[in-house]
Design a protein around this ligand. Sequence first.
Ligand code: PMV
Length: 366
Amino acid sequence: MTFSPFNPPDLPDIQGEVMWRSPSNIAIVKYWGKYGVQLPQNPSLSFTLSNSYTETSIHYQTLKNTTSDAIPVLEFYFEGKENPTFATKIEKYLQRILADFPFLKNLRLRINSSNSFPHSAGIASSASGMSALVLGICSIEQELKQNAGQEKLKQADFLRKASYFSRLASGSASRSVYPEAAVWGTSETVLGSSNDYAVPFSDCLPPIFKNFRDDILIVSKSEKSVSSRAGHALMNANPYAETRYAHARKNLTNLVEIIRLGDLEGFIKITENEALTLHALMMMSDPSFILLQPNTLALIEKIRVFRAETHLPICFTIDAGPNIHLLYPAQVSEKVQDFIQSELLSLCTNQYRIVDQMGQGAKQLI
Ligand code: PMV
C-alpha cells in the first residue's frame, strides 16, 4: 500500500492549527504478535470507545530556508506541561514517516495533548494518543493541499490513510479512527480488510450491539511491568504462536458471524476466550510474565457467578494489564450498575472505574 506524498517545491508562508479528539478502543479478538513493519500476525476486531479519548492540537508554521532533511525540533506539551521525552519519541516517529509527509521538514510544530482519563489510570493511551496525532498530521496535509489548489482526500480515503499511519505508530491505534467497531488485519470474512490499515465494521452491527457498554474496572493504576512492544516480541519464540494465530483467525471469522446474527451467547464465549488466551500466552512466553492480579481473578469469578445466576448477557475482556472491561448491552444497564456498585467496586483500587461505551470514532475539533 502506498499513498502518493504531497511534496510541494516550496511552501508558502503559512500557519494554522488543527485539533482532533480520538478515542481508545477495546479489542474483542486481540492483536498479539507482529511481523515486518508493525504488521499483525492475525486479524483483530475492536469496539471504539467514547469517554476515554485523547485530544491533540497541532499548531504549524512554515520554516523558511530549511535545507535539512530532518524533522525540526518540535515542542510537545502533555496536559499543559512541556514533555521533552514524548517530544523526542514523536520526532523519531515523524522522521520515520518523513518520506510520506515530506512537507513536515519545513514546518515548526507545537503539539498540545491531553487525555480524558487520568494519567496512570492503568489505561493504555497509545491507541488514542497516536491516532489523534496522526489524524492531525493528515489534516495539516489536507490544509496545505487545499492551499496549493490541489484536491483533498475524500473522507473514506482520509481515514484509511490516518489508520495506515496510526498503525505504524501503534498497531491498535489503526482501529481507533472508525466509529463503533473496526477490523484490522486480513480476513476472508471481512471485505476489504487489510494488514496495512483497519476498516470500519459498523455497518454489520445489529441494534443489540449499538451503544454497547464498557465499564473499565481499575484493579491497578501502576504502569505495566512488561510493555506491549516486549510482549509482541516474545510471541516470536512462543511455541504456541502458530496455533494461536490460527485460533485467532477462526475466532474472528466466527465472531463476525456471531455479531451479524446478534448472538450474545456466542459473543460472550469468544470475548472471554480471547482475553484469557492473551494472558495465557504471556504466561507461556519465555521469560513468562503475569499481568493479572488477585483482584482481576476475583472480579472474573464474581462476573461469572452473577451471569450464571441472572442469565444477564455480561462478560469481561482484559487488555495487556490487570484491569477488567465489563461489556454488556445498553438494555441491561440498570441491573448491571447495581451489581457493579454492590459487588465489584470494592475490588477496584479506590473504588475506581471508568464508565464508557461504544463511541462514534475520531472527531475533528479544529
Ligand atoms: O497496539 P499495541 O502495540 O499497544 O498492542 C495492543 C495489544 C492489545 O491491546 C493487548 C490487544 C489489541 O488488539 O488491542
